[in-house]
Design a protein around this ligand. Structure first.
Ligand SMILES: [Zn+2]
Length: 176
């Protein structure tokens, strides 16, 4: 396993469409393992393969929402899920807003409005077809990560004015 370098804006790879995974095999499972290691190291809750420069339709998510018992290490709350070739098959009309961030746009956050619920199909790490409906933070995170596979970033969902301000702040942060 390895921690991979995270691709950040304005890297052009973040604007490309990722290719479907033709077969779930050991190579793909190795990528998934590296993606989890990279995501945990960066304290993220979701990561798309394009964010580590792998142009394939792979997403990992772990909201790590379980409350820790006293003395339990942070790792005990881990609940890793991998989604290969995920596809949104339904979105609710009802919408909700979350303050979103992204490992490819460091330390910048903005309120993003998306459908509250989504239905998704995907392949698991054994190559079996899965389907589920998500709501709350999981729905938001899933839509955010699938956007990455299509070259879309959360800042595309906010106003041009807010996007400009956010990118300016990022520029300032990088220049120290
Ligand atoms: Zn992101």
């Amino acid at each position: 396993m390895a921690i991979l370098p995270i691709v950040e804006v304005p890297d052009a790879r973040l604007r490309e469409t990722a290719a479907p995974v033709p077969e779930v095999n050991d190579d793909i499972r190795a990528i998934v393992a590296d993606m989890f290691e990279t995501m945990y190291d960066a304290h993220g809750i979701g990561l798309a393969a394009v964010q580590v420069g792998i142009m394939q339709r792979i997403v990992v998510i772990d909201l790590q929402e379980r409350e820790l018992e006293e003395g339990e290490p942070r790792e005990a709350a881990r609940d890793p899920h991998a989604y290969i070739n995920p596809e949104i098959t339904w979105l609710s009309e009802e919408t909700a807003s979350y303050n979103e961030g992204c490992l490819s746009i460091p330390e910048q956050y903005a309120e993003v409005t998306r459908p509250t619920r989504c239905r998704v199909t995907w392949l698991d790490t054994e190559g079996a077809r899965q389907e589920a409906e998500f709501d709350g933070l999981m729905s938001t995170c899933m839509q955010h990560e699938i956007d990455h596979l299509n070259g879309v970033l959360f800042i595309d969902h906010i106003s041009r004015l807010k996007r400009g301000m956010l990118l300016k702040k990022l520029d300032k942060l990088r220049r120290g």
